[in-house]
Design a protein around this ligand. Structure first.
Ligand SMILES: [Zn+2]
Length: 364
């Protein structure tokens, strides 16, 4: 320990150090002594004793070196003595005993509870998802159940059972993606072109009364533009019971339009054609952009087409073994993406799929 270091009690001259190299060698000797002493430190008390012996202001080794080596040194040795002393001080002060290492870790890991937190970026629900859920809630209040179904369908469910036999010209209304099937598998598959196949699947496994809505993705071979997507979302609705009339259909649609677009929105039915409804109608609602006065969005008509619908064609009941003389009902299908851009005033439907965070962040 420090007591054994008699060399620091003598001057460089007394030690016979006449060159800077010799001074450096003396410092190396002193440092080796410190290392030996440090190696025998066993607890915090002996560590404190060692540090006091080296760094103590009055009798510490570094103090003695300052007094005995540095101060009396001539100009030839002073730089070497100063440099050696600085390096030795840094070395001794930099040494840490185990317990101190632990406490340094604690210092580094200390929690400052007064610091402001890191804000966690939460995602928002996509506008289409929100619109789907909004529509679902409206029909849930009317007692409808929500069901899902396969996006890859057989032509039977997508077309045939909906009163569209093979080569029926109405199939051209749906630009269909056909799915390649492995050789040996019996039938062709399609990406469903509408959610209507679920009408059949639901009625096959359930007797009236039926009241369901079917939200989901559908696929059409459309060229993408400001109002067309090749994949979009539909909500299908189906109500079948023993005494459902066209008035029930009209009342349900009006309720939906009021809930979705506001109490002032009016509804208009235009005759149309779908193979699986008879009679069929296109449902228009008051344009929400201009409130019916006429604008670019509604092509100056004051009306927006919001869904296709109609009374279920009796021929369809034959496919699900319902008695067409005893049951009646209505069905409707609406494009959710289109309703979303109408309701929120978006002029290009493509932004729904582009995943631009500047757009996505605007969802409430
Ligand atoms: Zn308008």
């Amino acid at each position: 320990m420090a007591e054994d270091l008699h060399i620091v009690e003598q001057t460089l001259e007394q030690l016979g150090a006449e060159t800077p190299e010799r001074v450096a060698a003396l410092f190396a000797e002193v440092r080796a002594d410190f290392d030996r002493a440090f190696g025998s430190v066993t607890d915090e008390a002996s560590w404190h004793a060692l540090r006091d012996g080296w760094l103590g202001r009055k009798k510490g080794v570094l103090r003695l070196i300052t007094e005995n080596w540095l101060k009396p040194a001539g100009p030839a040795l002073k730089p070497a003595a100063g440099q050696g002393l600085n390096e030795l001080r840094a070395y001794v002060e930099g040494k840490k005993f185990g317990a101190f290492t632990a406490s340094a870790t604690l210092v580094a890991e200390k929690l400052d509870l007064s610091l402001p937190g890191v804000e966690r970026a939460l995602g928002t629900r996509h506008l289409v998802r929100q619109t789907l859920e909004e529509i679902e809630r409206i029909f849930l209040r009317l007692g409808y159940a929500v069901v899902g179904g396969p996006e890859i369908e057989t032509p039977y469910y997508n077309f045939e059972a909906l009163n569209m036999p093979e080569f029926h010209p109405a199939r051209d209304m749906w630009d269909t993606f056909y799915v390649d099937t492995p050789p040996g598998t019996p039938s062709q598959l399609v990406l469903r072109t509408h959610t209507s196949p679920m009408q059949i699947r639901v009625m096959e496994r359930q007797q009236p009364p039926v009241r369901v809505i079917v939200p989901g993705k559908v696929y059409r071979r459309d060229n993408p533009d400001a109002s067309h997507l090749f994949m979009f979302h539909q909500i299908e609705g189906l109500a079948v019971d023993h005494d459902i009339t066209f008035a029930d259909f009209k009342g349900t649609i009006e309720f939906f339009v009021h809930e979705f677009l506001g109490k002032n929105a009016k509804t208009r039915l235009r005759p149309s054609y779908f193979p699986f409804t008879e009679p069929s109608a296109e449902v228009d609602a008051t344009c929400i952009v201009c409130s019916g006065r006429g604008c670019r969005t509604c092509k100056q008509t004051g009306w927006l087409e919001i869904m296709g619908a109609g009374m279920v064609d009796p021929a369809v009941y034959g496919f699900v073994k319902y008695d067409a003389k005893k049951v009646s009902g209505f069905a409707f299908g609406m494009g959710v993406d289109r309703l979303a851009i109408l309701k929120y005033g978006i002029d290009d439907i493509q932004v729904l799929l582009q995943n631009d965070v500047r757009f996505l962040r605007q969802s409430p």
